[in-house]
Design a protein around this ligand. Structure first.
Ligand code: SF4
Length: 235
């Protein structure tokens, strides 16, 4: 990397950017050693249901609701066999409960009709399910099937932009930008780490850049004219 002006990141080659991502992963790995996906699940189906419920809802609330639901309903047929109004009542506290109940039952019906009652693990199959987009599909692939996949949620998208890893705003395009920057073996971990950092320090409204352990690797403070401690320019 060439030296650059004070308080500014050097102009990067693609290799430089790859190295910067590696350093980001190292620092966040040290900062959040135990972080993992915040949604509780034990099977791909449970994660699929939890992800549907997580739209516009906190992970903590979803975990509260699914703690009871997952004991009662274990197969796609269990979910499709429910009277719609019963399901709506059970998931009411997650918000948008009518849409979510419909999505859960339609999705489970498709699993029964087309996939033998199992959640598929291929991206093209997952996104063919009602209400399942690339974000949900990739979170499933990464966390339930152990595949190298980046599911771009709101935290990941915001941090990727602030860190200068993408200029896109569309989550699907952000995913395309991130894929070559993050080694396959680290893709799922990278998502968990950035989500943890987005919740703890790099908040949407007021990121704590002076207190951020990777502020020397991030162009955002300079762009936002945030004054950092003197040690910021360490390489
Ligand atoms: S320096 Fe600021 S914007 Fe960059 S990752 Fe840290 S908290 Fe977020």
């Amino acid at each position: 990397m060439k030296a650059s002006t004070k308080n500014s990141l050097p102009k990067e080659t693609p290799e430089d950017k790859n190295r910067r991502v590696q350093k980001i992963i190292q620092i966040l790995d040290h900062t959040y050693p135990t972080t993992t996906l915040a949604l509780n699940f034990t099977t791909p189906l449970e994660l699929l249901i939890a992800l549907i419920l997580a739209a516009q809802c906190t992970d903590a609330r979803v975990n509260q609701v699914t703690a009871t639901l997952f004991k009662k309903y274990r197969t796609p047929e269990d979910w499709t066999g429910l009277i719609r109004s019963t399901l709506e009542t059970e998931i009411r506290t997650t918000g948008f409960y009518r849409n979510k109940a419909k999505a859960i039952q339609e999705c489970c019906q498709e699993l029964v009709n087309r996939f033998g009652g199992r959640v598929p693990n291929k991206l093209e199959d997952l996104v063919s399910l009602p209400g399942v987009g690339r974000k949900t599909a990739n979170i499933l692939r990464g966390n339930a099937f152990g595949q190298p996949a980046i599911g771009v949620d709101t935290h990941l998208g915001r941090l990727a932009q602030r860190l200068g890893l993408t200029t896109e705003t569309n989550p699907d395009k952000i995913e395309i930008n991130l894929n070559p920057l993050v080694p396959d073996r680290a893709k799922v971990r990278f998502c968990h780490l950035l989500q943890a950092h987005g919740r703890a320090i790099c908040l949407a409204r007021k990121p704590d850049c002076p207190g951020c352990p990777m502020n020397h690797l991030c162009p955002y403070p300079v762009q936002a004219k945030i004054t950092l401690p003197a040690k910021r320019n360490r390489s």
